[in-house]
Ligand binder design. Sequence first.
Ligand code: PLP
Length: 629
Amino acid sequence: EKLYGVSRWGGGYFEIGENGNVQVTPVPSDNSIRIDFKAVIDEIREEGVQFPVVVRFHDVLRSQVANLNTTFRSVIAEAEYQGKYQGVYPVKVNQMREVVEEIVDAGAPFNYGLEAGSKAELITVLAMNINEDSLTVLNGYKDEEFMRLALLGRKLGRKIVVVVEKYSELILLVRIAKELGIDPIIGVRSKMTVKGRGKWESSGGERAKFGLTIAEIIKTARYLKEQGLSHCLKLLHFHIGSQLTDIRAVKEAMTEGARIYAELHKMGFELEYVDVGGGLGIDYDGSNSTNESSRNYSMQEYVADVVYGMKEVCDLEGVPHPTLVSESGRAITAHHSCVITDVVGEIRSNSAEIDTSVKAGEHLFVKNIRELVDTFDQQMNMQEVFNDASQYKEQAVDAFKLRVLTLEELGKIETLYWQLMTRLKAHYADAEYVPEDLQELDYSLSSQYLCNFSVFQSAADTWAIDQLLPVVPLTRMNEKPDVNCSLVDITCDSDGKIDQFTIGREITDILPMHKLHKDEPYYIGLFLTGAYQDVMGDMHNLFGRLNEVHIFSYDDDPQDFYIEEVVKGSSVEDVLSIMQYNPRAMASDVKRLIDRHVASGNMNPREGVRWTDFYENCLSGYTYLKTQS
Ligand code: PLP
């Protein structure tokens, strides 16, 4: 636990059980429910579902929806805040139908709504958010069709708020609303001077891509008055960035936003809602700090700052407390899904050794480096040993290129070099001070565990923006891990790797894992992938979407669970079709080729049928490595 920090980043959902397996408590308020990951893996295997697999815990999703809403409700009651809370879930964070359906269902008692940021998302939320009391908030850039769809929602009696991101959208909306004779509900998004800290800080500040300046907000208000539509301006929106690491940014944004709301109110615009956007962060590295992958506050603290921040300004200004809206996506979805992948091999620089014994006529470089190995125990200065060995190896590569060294001699030098590095590392194993150059030995001698997944599909942000996601073995946590390693995926891309981990409170490039046992699969979990990672992945190397299993717990047996649904991942023909191939035509082309070889006697007919079937089975099969039969 100390090493992997599961309960620090687990958000109350994940911990290590006494048997050394990771366990999930899908409803933290009822911690009698414990699901063992080993049991989940066994069930997945029994169902014949191939790894890698996305596992969705729908109970976790429901818990997070309830958490956010009940936290707002209790803080509002405690603060004697006069308004309500009516949150919306931004579907862009995870648009999967099953996820959105579950959130809408779990949110129904709270009139929890949806947010959309594009036309396709708007078309989705129009069909999904059918509760007339919940809000639908529309952000993002809009065209005429977008406006008409929003007004269709109004016609159907829904509380659809069109948030104006730029002034020209207002003119468009008013024109179409008048043409259709439908009163829109209008929101304005304000560019904030406050910037969040962290990877998404450019969402705030004057150069923010979205939102109106103060002058544009005033112009908007005046234009609506001129058009006789003042009563339609109902919502003020701001969003200063996702994954806010420092709570001070939230406090500052609340003060700035509340002041704008109060001033608009005093100008005669009776806004009903203030929408504080997203930003509620996740503690991915478990440090509870302002690290980029963490945050220095809890959900409770965030909510308190939103509610009390708003109340304070409204009371000072003598304006009513508005209904508070937030658009938390990451906090709702991050915990509910994870990726289980199996380790399919180990890559080590020093894994292969060849015979290094003396051979007549061998090159001086081989003798030199062998001498270093033979005299290692008498050496006084280990830095010098490292320097000499590194120099011999570099010279050897140059000499090989100049045809001075043979391949055999270069192989011997490589073998001896890694023997030296291994002994140097052992020499410093318990040392208090390790020279800088030698500190890198931990990394260069570490293994790479080859995992059956694609970083580009399943953990896009670790590649794109160095986002840290917790990665841990799912079993054997009660055994001392004895292999330092980083993880590499099966794409043909050296960027396809994970070499950022959290150990204790430190961020490191290697993680201790367990030795692989022959014939015993070793499963690794990539956690907190439910927000963005689940849906942002790309098709690099034509590895498509993963197989998915949806897990529910039984009410009557807390230790038990069931796989409610298996959603098949991409088959080879699926990904080929996306790339404009015609898999059926490809299968007939290959069959024709095989038939030709059968006709010419190169292949017997039975063999021909077998190869044809094999090609077709592979076409309809999973894109990832087949590691179980
Ligand atoms: N609302 C808007 C306008 C956003 O741009 C975003 C994401 O950046 C969100 C909500 C969701 O933010 P988060 O996932 O941090 O809750």
